[in-house]
Design a protein. Sequence first.
Length: 334
Amino acid sequence: FVIYTFLKVRVNASLSEVFESLLGAFQGDSLSGKLFTLVLAAALHHLRAVSERPDPPISDIGLPTEWEYSDDCDFADEDMETLRTFLPAVKEVLSDWNLQVNESKTEFNTVYLAKKSDKDSNGQPMANNEPWRSSKTLGSLLCTEKDITRRRILADVAFKKFEKVWLEGKKISLERKLRLYDAQVVSVLLYNSNSWSPTKATLEKVDTLHRRHLRTILKIKWPRGQISNVTLYERCNVEKLSERIEYQRWKMFGHILRSQENTPAQIALSFAIESNYLFKGRLGRPRMNLFTVLNNDLKSRNLSIGNFQELNEIKDIAKCNKCWDNLYRYRLLH
């Protein structure tokens, strides 16, 4: 701990006066993140004790009422006004633990599906364009379709920053260019892709952008130069990004299945299964969501998670990392 420690702060070329630090940990210290997690967990436990929030944080219908990642905290409720009145209590309790709530980054969102007849203040249709879809959490938009569109734009911008390397880097080998492309562009495009629930048409747009970039790196332009998609992937020794996304989603699903029962992801998974026979579904075509995509991944391997017995059977498989990885490859072979 940084306790009874005397420090100075450097701003450009200037140094501050010496001051004493009585709490905290050195930035970059290996214990820093772990200690922060423990303090935050204790503060949240304190918050639940002095408020009417459930402890453990699970609602009466089985939904998680809070989840955290690093220093980001999310609280959920069926009533928006309850959350608004809850904010002052959050600020007060967390400040007792020397944790500050950044109100400028605090957002309130209502997740719902607008009717076809609903219009916004400008008279534009709100269906598939509800405000929550543009809300960002942990660097990703809540709506998969909007997030993928945004990621494609960001990846294209990142690709153009290295245009000289792709077009003029004669002394740079193709292998090194592709490694650079994967590190600087593909990483931007596939950020948090393991939680996407995209349609096949949306995934094809991702693959199309990827192939366009690869052709540019190979300096192949239509109509003078032509190359099939299969040959393109073979020459660059890469796979389709849609397949890479599926594998990342499969790995993430395995982590969830191996996690403890009281984690938000496990609670949400249990709620999704239970809601299939407890709640009446909405009218119209079923919406694509992560639970549906994961279930489709399993069905392609002659499995499903329609009930808790099936879920427990899949959890037993996921306990073995190698078995889970082999199960993913089973679909590739069939």
